[in-house]
Ligand binder design. Structure first.
Ligand code: OOG
Ligand code: NI
Length: 465
């Protein structure tokens, strides 16, 4: 078979993301309502805020905005994680970053599967926050063994999906027909199954250990637990949610509202209580809240210096609050965030000059007109000051551990505040994954560098980086 007949992994991912969204819309009615609200708000922002509209046009993000979403799943074993990694690889998604959620009382560690090159992200920015349950943190040895044995018996991939993953790896891609079948088969892994794999009593025991343990162990597969659209104004959507029958959590995770958004702001809500059929009773009064809704607003990716500053300011606000942010202290928490983040420059130029964020550089019309007549000793700053090039912030494509912990906790209920003795263990995670995770900061630095090299080529200059 010739290479030319393979479908681009980027297009398989785009198709998969669409199929996932359609499935989730059918399974979780509130998701449809949320998508409409976000689409309306984004359209309003684009009409009224010309600066944001122009920026999104300049970077091309405007074309991916409606496609943009992330999902989340939780798997139970090393084998499941390794195969999920191979499944995502067929769609051009790689594990980026390592997130340890145990300090926040959630017995998992995680990575985000996503495309890594800006050209691929442009076709589909679909990402999946993927967590591996840390069974070793279950203290009760009998319950731990029980959970292990239940997980060992399940198989979360269809035979068709496994065969197509093998085929793609062996021949280096999938043709049109196989790609279509792959999307259909892969989707099955993420579907909700309303029948549990345990008895009602066992479910309650797992749930008493941690709701998350029950969510992973008691079901046939790692159902997608939320699918999150990207909004251009999270405060506006949050304010309008109640009118649409949606009750968000009290506090928006991440940085405060700013002129120049950084990283990621998120909020979630309970979307659906699912009745479950246990193996010993078809109709049970137990229900399980497996599905959530979430929205997010994305801002600029920060450099290591910017991230250190972000972490320091966030921690300072939280330390001063002296409690987990909740309904009662939400107002004070927001005020504290605003006060502490006053130290973080709120202009793109300021952040660029201080090396706090990553940017993409673009040649201007003026630059193109001057191309060929520039001296070889040009500098980036010189080109910027004469308007031969301009810059736009590079969007953050990843997640935040403190925010993710807040999302987990609000989704799981109050019993998420356990303390685990387990240490962060990236090595163990990567052993399970069967490969190493990529460093997100290196990816942003590469994209920034490529954009500078493209400018140099267009201006007929030697490389400036
Ligand atoms: C994942 C929670 C984290 C986010 O956006 O930070 C997350 C989960 O609940 O499985 O999705
Ligand atoms: Ni999420």
């Amino acid at each position: 078979m010739s290479i030319q007949s393979f479908v681009s992994p980027d297009l398989i991912r785009q198709g998969f993301s669409r199929a996932m969204s359609a499935m989730y819309r059918e399974e979780v009615p509130l998701y449809g309502a949320l998508m409409e609200l976000v689409a309306q708000t984004n359209a309003q922002v684009l009409r009224s805020d010309h600066r944001v509209a122009q920026q999104l046009r300049n970077t091309g993000e405007i074309e991916r905005l409606d496609l943009e979403r992330h999902g989340a799943i939780r798997v139970g074993t090393a084998g499941e994680l390794a195969t999920i990694s191979r499944l995502f690889a067929v769609m051009g998604m790689q594990p980026v970053g390592y997130y340890d959620l145990t300090p926040a009382g959630v017995p998992v560690h995680s990575t985000a599967f996503r495309a890594v090159h800006e050209a691929s992200l442009q076709i589909s920015p679909f990402r999946v926050f993927t967590s591996l349950l840390r069974l070793e943190l279950i203290e009760n040895p009998e319950l731990r063994e029980f959970a292990r044995s239940v997980l060992a018996r399940r198989s979360i991939f269809t035979p068709g999906a496994l065969a197509l993953i093998d085929k793609s790896e062996n021949q280096g891609g999938l043709d049109e027909q196989d790609a279509e079948a792959f999307v259909e088969q892969a989707l099955e892994t993420f579907r909700w199954h309303h029948s549990a794999t345990v008895t009602a009593k066992q479910y309650r025991q797992l749930s008493a250990q941690h709701r998350l343990v029950a969510d992973v162990v008691a079901f046939k597969g790692p159902h997608i637990n939320h699918l999150t659209p990207r909004t251009l104004d999270i405060d506006k959507v949050q304010a309008q949610m109640p009118e649409h029958g949606i009750t968000p959590k009290a506090v928006i995770e991440g940085p405060p509202r700013r002129e120049c958004p950084i990283l990621l702001r998120q909020t979630s809500f309970k979307a659906l209580e699912e009745p479950i059929a246990f193996i010993d009773q078809a109709q049970s009064c137990d229900s399980h809240s497996a599905r959530f809704g979430e929205i997010e607003q994305r801002g600029a990716a920060l450099t290591p210096a910017g991230r250190t500053l972000y972490d320091r300011l966030l921690n300072a606000a939280r330390d001063e609050l002296k409690d987990f942010p909740n309904e009662k202290n939400a107002q004070r928490y927001n005020a504290l965030l605003q006060a502490h983040f006053a130290e973080f420059p709120d202009s793109w130029a300021g952040m660029r000059e201080q090396g706090l964020a990553y940017f993409r550089y673009f040649v201007t019309e003026q630059g193109l007109a001057a191309s060929g007549a520039l001296s070889a000793s040009e500098t980036l700053e010189g080109l910027l000051s004469r308007n031969y090039i301009r810059f736009e912030p590079l969007v953050y494509e990843d997640f935040l551990p403190v925010s993710a912990a807040g999302i987990f906790q609000s989704n799981l209920g109050d019993d998420g505040q356990n303390h685990y003795a387990g240490r962060s263990n990236q090595q163990e995670f990567e052993k399970a994954l069967g490969r190493s995770t990529l460093n997100e900061l290196a990816l942003y630095a590469e994209t920034q560098r490529r954009s500078i090299l493209e400018c140099c080529a267009a201006l007929d200059l030697p490389p400036l980086v």
